[in-house]
Design a protein around this ligand. Structure first.
Ligand code: BGC
Length: 794
């Protein structure tokens, strides 16, 4: 199936700059998308790219990771074991608001006479910058420069510098800085039929606890009514002017403002620095505790000052790029798109510690702020190879929810642990079990990521401690869920599950699930046998903690060895599941473009009756477990499934691109990579307004590294098979493997591997073993005989 739509954004809205996303004109029509794309976030807090003046705005979202409200899921018909509690990320205080009045005339972008306008997301400095030249009704020219960032150094902190200069006259200036809580935590309610959009609340969900104003500082504390989480939102200010100025502040339970008034001379700037902090309670912190912490954060920030905090920001972002940058020569648009995508992953994960990574990062409320398998399968590959510390924190986060996963397994009548398909607090939050709880593969996805993390970083201590416990419980689940079916020759079958493709739900023997479950069971058996043999004390402790019996390990081994994998002799492919091939193929060629995504236009039953695929399923297995298939098997499976795949999920194109590249399908690889690369910048799914597609962004990195460079890392063995690059003349990127950092530099005809930091390391170029030392980079010719050239031009 070819990508259906690839509309590039208007050139004037995004001139191509390899390090910046620049908006050179204010387009009210593009406001919703730009708010998402211009988000500033650090993994803990995120502020959508709304203008400081508060209006016009589509969704004035400000989010704190893990700050959510819960609500009872009401089913028209209840059934045993259904998830009971919905969870929705909640808008916190909108503290970015700064209103400007010049001679009493308010500045509002949509109404003002704007002479010049430029907004820049600067991916090198980690800031959002805006410069506006406004002419007032009286002809005064006012230059407004603002800069904001969410600090990577102090995760609870965001800053805004707002500078105003009247260029051609003296004037009276008033700057009113506000913090406002919408106690209903509201979002856009315009698209209530779209399941991907967050639910809005009818009633107040935030109860005020305390408010304080002290000179230029305001702190408000609120607690969510059901989930009972306290949050302190604080602002403080520093005002600089060459003339006399005065300040006044006031606050109420849900509102606070500090107003600065100054008489300014022509050409003399005034500058307001706004320090913003959010402290979310963890455990049973009381509002007073979080308030004290917010105070301390503000004290520290004001003492350090904007410039020093900005310098630290730039250093941390520079450090990120040193570990992670993908450099592209020959196509600036590809370069910009890749950097933008990687920068958004930094913004989603930089200070994520103790939390998960929402499907939209902190750029919007889409998917209610939930954590999905997106993290493990799409984002962790990038983080494991570039920021292993953050990768570990995300896997540990899953470990911290193991008890809840154990409880969930009991609720669905199984032993072991079942991780939630979507969640914030560790409980299953999916109200539609067919495309939720039934996606049991989440267990194996988490273990797949754990395994990749351990193999690539060498962090075996983690595997033999927390990791081993996760292995025991997930393996138990699979062993209990499946059974040996006589009708399938005594093979181990797993029935009634949903694979990655949500257009075929609650099916038997989904190939992806069975393969991934097999990997999970084998890995558990192998690891536990190793611990038993080599670390008897650890084994004993683990057996005590989990009640593990030796016989269980054998059972896992047997289940895995006997795993049923459906196969169709006639087509020579792995059917997606037992019944997939019996269904009527969907007529994709004759489905009008406006009927996509199908999920918004057809009853699920209609979709489920057909051979039609939302996102890569068997094709994803061909990548993740590619060493279990021959080249011909991959080709036959890809050929069969690709034409049935709608790509209605943003998680699909990147995987299709990588497999198309491996199989030498030049045009398809090009189209799918463009699709993945521009998923957000070109708003391919028409839903960027609700947030960025972080999984697809991680998938973009995979397209470069697994697609162009042809990395395969089965069992921790690092092998490259670069494809030639069409109009791109060069691609360079670093990878950190077991503490050593190597650089891969792909040119038209050759690739150079260098060790830039750490111990010597062995990698493979195709079948050639390369021993890399710091003394000598190794250059190899690219094999043109293997597949077509991949044209990556946009
Ligand atoms: C996809 C899921 C994904 C979720 C969140 C859905 O549309 O089908 O695979 O986890 O979006 O990104």
């Amino acid at each position: 199936m070819k990508p259906r739509k690839l509309s590039l954004p208007p050139g004037h809205a995004y001139p191509i700059d390899e390090w910046r996303l620049v908006e050179t004109k204010f387009y009210p029509r593009l406001l919703p998308q730009m708010e998402t794309l211009f988000t500033t976030a650090n993994g803990y807090l995120g502020i959508r790219g709304c203008h400081e003046e508060g209006a016009p705005a589509f969704q004035s979202g400000t989010f704190v990771n893990g700050f959510y409200e819960s609500w009872p899921i009401v089913y028209a018909e209840e059934a045993y074991g259904f998830a009971k509690k919905g969870q929705t990320i909640v808008n916190v205080a909108d503290s970015k608001i700064i209103n400007l009045y010049v001679d009493d005339e308010p500045f509002f972008l949509s109404k003002a006479n704007v002479l010049e306008y430029k907004r820049t997301l600067d991916m090198k400095s980690g800031t959002l910058d805006r410069e506006v030249l406004w002419e007032t009704a009286a002809g005064k020219r006012v230059l407004i420069k603002s800069r904001r960032f969410a600090s990577f150094e102090h995760k609870h902190l965001a800053l805004i510098s707002y500078e105003v200069t009247v260029l051609n006259a003296a004037a009276s200036i008033v700057i009113s800085s506000k913090t406002i809580i919408d106690t209903a935590g509201q979002f856009d309610k315009s698209a209530e039929d779209d399941p991907r959009v967050a639910k809005g609340f009818e009633d107040d969900i935030l109860a005020p606890n305390l408010k304080e104003i002290n000179d230029k500082r305001i702190i408000l504390c609120h607690t969510t009514k059901n989930s009972n989480i306290a949050i302190a939102s604080g602002v403080d200010h520093v005002f600089e002017a060459n003339s006399d100025w005065s300040v006044q502040g006031k606050t109420s339970a849900n509102y606070g403002k500090v107003v600065f008034s100054a008489e300014v001379e022509s050409g003399k700037p005034v500058r307001l620095t706004k320090f913003i902090t959010y402290y979310r309670a963890s455990g049973d912190n009381r509002p007073e505790d979080v308030k004290d912490r917010a105070e301390r954060a503000l004290n520290r920030a004001v003492t350090k000052g904007f410039d020093s905090l900005l310098a630290a920001q730039q250093e941390l972002v520079e450090d990120f790029w040193a570990r992670s940058d993908v450099r592209i020569e020959g196509d600036p648009a590809v370069q910009q798109a890749i950097r933008f995508n990687l920068f958004q992953i930094l913004q989603a994960s930089g200070r994520v510690e103790g939390n998960g990574l929402p499907a939209k990062g902190l750029t919007g409320p889409g998917y209610e702020g939930h954590y999905f398998w997106d993290t493990e399968i799409y984002v962790l590959p990038f983080l494991i190879y570039t920021s292993p510390r953050i990768a570990k924190s995300l896997i540990r986060f899953r470990y911290s929810h193991l008890d809840k996963a154990r409880k969930r397994a009991r609720e669905v009548n199984q032993v072991g642990a079942l991780y939630p398909w979507r969640t914030i607090d560790g409980d299953e939050a999916s109200a539609y079990y067919a495309a939720g709880t039934a996606a049991y593969h989440i267990n194996a996805d988490i273990i797949h990521a754990l395994r990749k993390y351990v193999e690539i970083t060498g962090d075996e201590d983690f595997l033999y401690s927390d990791g081993a416990e996760m292995l025991v419980e997930t393996a138990r689940l699979w062993n209990d869920l499946g059974f040996y079916s006589k009708r399938k020759g005594g093979r181990f079958c797993i029935n009634g599950v949903t694979g990655p493709d949500e257009y075929n739900t609650v099916v038997d023997n989904n190939t992806f699930t069975n393969l991934m479950a097999r990997e999970n069971l084998w890995y558990a058996a192998r690891t536990l046998k190793h611990i038993k043999q080599n670390m008897p004390d650890r084994y004993q402790a683990l057996a005590y903690e989990t009640g593990l019996k030796d016989a269980e390990i054998e059972e896992w081994q047997q289940a895995a060895d006997n795993m049923y994998l459906c196969y169709d002799e006639r087509l020579d492919i792995h059917p997606q599941d037992d019944s997939f091939l019996d269904k009527e193929p969907w007529d994709l060629e004759n489905t009008p473009i406006e009927k996509y995504p199908l999920l918004l236009h057809y009853h699920p039953l209609v979709i489920y009756r057909h051979q039609v695929i939302k996102q890569a399923d068997v094709v994803l297995a061909l990548l993740l477990l590619g060493d279990e298939f021959t080249h011909d098997e991959k080709k036959r499976n890809f050929d069969y499934y690709d034409r049935l795949t709608t790509g209605d999920s943003s998680l699909s194109a990147c995987i299709q691109a990588i497999m198309a590249a491996e199989l030498g399908y030049r045009d398809l690889a090009r189209e799918y990579s463009q699709y993945a690369l521009l998923m957000d910048l070109a708003d391919i799914g028409d839903n960027v307004k609700d947030g960025c597609h972080i999984a697809s962004m991680g998938g973009t990195w995979m397209v470069v590294v697994y697609g162009f460079a042809g990395l395969r890392d089965y069992d921790g063995k690092i092998r490259f098979n670069p494809v030639t690059l069409g109009r791109i003349s060069r691609v360079t990127f670093p990878l950190t493997i077991r503490g050593s950092t190597i650089q891969i530099d792909i040119k038209k005809e050759s690739v150079t591997y260098s060790l830039i930091e750490g111990e010597e390391i062995t990698v493979w170029h195709g079948e050639d073993e390369i021993h890399l030392t710091q003394a000598e980079p190794v250059t190899k010719r690219i094999d043109h005989t293997h597949g077509d050239e991949v044209d990556t031009q946009l």
